[in-house]
Design a protein around this ligand. Structure first.
Ligand code: BTN
Length: 328
């Protein structure tokens, strides 16, 4: 992206160690003038990073930066594969992009290969959340990851968005995170605070060749952010010290192996696992839809991933991207 010249990226890599670097050293390492460094440092201002400067000493990024690296993600992936397996996906890493989901959608619309492609960005300028909401995506703080997968017809991906929630929770458990739960359809919560979310967007033909772009936002950093309008938590606060690269590698691995098998088993394979993770199990809830609110008791999810509520003593099933659930 124009915003992120090669020089700016190189400067960020040097400063990512959290140590002090003099202007002179930075100029030498990037082979540019001191004036050019000053210009790049100014460009960093828009990234809301904690850049300190001290006269006679130089510059430092407080706490450094955990930058994405293709090499480390691939290393993390291969450490998870069995000797007989190999990673067949394609990684696209961006410093800045509108939306990682949009990037993969654009490839599809331009007729480029996209199945198994993964897009990750340090920041999204127009990150999308469910129900038309914005997904706040500050630079190098959290994981913004999308994976594109082709299915033979939309029926083969029934319940997929819920299954992805299960896959994320189980991957997080392997990093020692306990108490993760799911709010229908796929909000990842930790003690009622939002840890992550999933936005699946579809393209192609509903009965034959269709594409799912599975977008995952996972909070990592503990850095406060006023732009998030609900209680949230990042993995760092939960004691996870692995880098975003290791976490992304684990997510990509779990997702791609689950997607390979999804058309055979479908959501049935995940139904009990989803119900065991349900944040509102047996609780009184309100289902909000664009047409109004409905009170009921959370029973669980069906074999197809529909939300099952007991409303006035009768079991009712609900499905749809515009719905959301609240505890009463
Ligand atoms: C939600 O509202 O809970 C879903 C949030 C999904 C955000 C992710 S971040 C990566 C991908 N790209 C987007 O624009 N959105 C998803």
């Amino acid at each position: 992206m124009s915003h992120f010249s090669a020089n700016l990226q190189a400067l960020l890599r040097v400063l990512s160690d959290g140590e002090w670097h003099s202007g002179e050293e930075l100029g030498e390492r990037l082979s540019v003038s001191r004036a050019a460094i000053a210009k790049q440092l100014k460009a960093l201002e828009g990234l809301a990073l904690s850049l300190e400067s001290r006269k006679g000493v130089g510059y430092r990024l407080d706490h450094g930066l955990d930058l994405l690296s293709e090499e480390t993600i691939l290393d993390s992936l291969s450490s998870l594969l069995s000797p007989a397996e190999s990673f067949s996906g394609v990684l696209h890493l961006h410093s800045e992009i509108d939306s990682t989901n949009q990037f993969l959608m654009n490839r599809f619309r331009h007729g480029q290969s996209v199945h198994g492609h993964i897009c990750l960005a340090e920041r999204q300028s127009a990150g999308r959340g469910r129900r038309g909401r914005r997904w706040h995506s500050p630079f190098a703080q959290h994981i913004y990851l999308s994976l594109a997968w082709r299915f033979d017809g939309i029926a083969a991906m029934e319940g997929l968005s819920l299954a992805v929630g299960v896959i994320i929770c189980e991957a997080l458990k392997s990093f020692g995170v306990t108490e993760v739960q799911l709010k229908w359809p796929n909000d990842v919560l930790w003690r009622d605070r939002k840890l992550g979310g999933v936005l699946i967007e579809l393209a192609g033909d509903a009965v034959s060749d269709c594409l799912a772009v599975i977008g995952i936002g996972l909070n990592v950093s503990a850095k406060s952010s006023e732009a998030i309008d609900q209680p949230w938590v990042g993995l760092q606060e939960l004691g996870v010290s692995e880098s975003r690269n290791m976490l992304a590698g684990a997510l990509i691995h779990s997702l791609s192996s689950a997607l390979e098998r999804y058309p055979e088993g479908g959501f049935q394979v995940y139904q009990d696992r989803w119900n065991a993770l349900s944040a509102f199990d047996k609780k009184r809830v309100t289902l909000l839809s664009p047409s109004g609110a409905l009170d009921g008791r959370m029973v669980g999810v069906s074999r197809a991933g529909a939300l099952c509520l007991e409303v006035d003593g009768r079991l009712q099933e609900f499905i749809g991207g515009e719905l959301s659930l609240r505890e009463q």
